[in-house]
Write a protein that binds this ligand. Sequence first.
Ligand code: PGA
Length: 251
Amino acid sequence: MARRKLIAGNWKMNGLRGDGLALARAVADRAQAAGAAAPELLICPPATLVALIAEQVASPLIALGGQDCHAEASGAHTGDVSAPMLADLGCRYVIVGHSERRTNHGETSAQVRAKAEAALAAGLAAIVCIGETLAERDAGRTLEVIKAQLAGSLPKGASAANVVVAYEPVWAIGTGRNATAGQVAEVHKLIRRELGGKVLDADGVRILYGGSVKPANAAELMAVPDVDGALVGGASLKAEDFMAIAAAAAS
Ligand code: PGA
């Protein structure tokens, strides 16, 4: 099945109004220039900037997403953002289970699944992140960890239309050290196989790689079988680099 590649930028906790707007505009301008050759493009700014960008940089070529959502639609949850709130601003996606959430906020796969289910209920597509730590890889436990995280985090009702899986080895995130094409191929193949037993249209589910994706390594990584795009952190903060990665995915 043909899967349209998705290049997603995770800005993390970066950007004030001025630079966030400028970055979104620069991405939109470049996307315009790339035209139909570009893969699907998504930016996930901090929650504080989503409304501003949605209003001022509305571009049909760039989807907007949140970086996290609460499992409840509303209520007494100080500081949290719900999936319907993100949908209300024009988001189409939300990232759930990023390793920084799993590590810094102790999120379990069960919590990630609940968030993903909240996303689906709000009409958003969930980008479900999974990935092993260096200790787990060194102990030869990578595939077992990935299987368990995937099984535990996938929402009920997952389909190719509402779920994207992002494989992000924790040791590759923000370290400048990306996984090799061989390592990525092995894990993405396993994820595709595991999806088979869990999702009806498993063949259509996009599986992104994330972890130190840069213009210099994007072509090699995007050519790996079962890699359907990238979740980009650091390099998504420069429009030129983000769009160079998108160009590598398109070719
Ligand atoms: P990085 O982050 O590209 O800076 O390694 C990726 C991510 O955390 O999604």
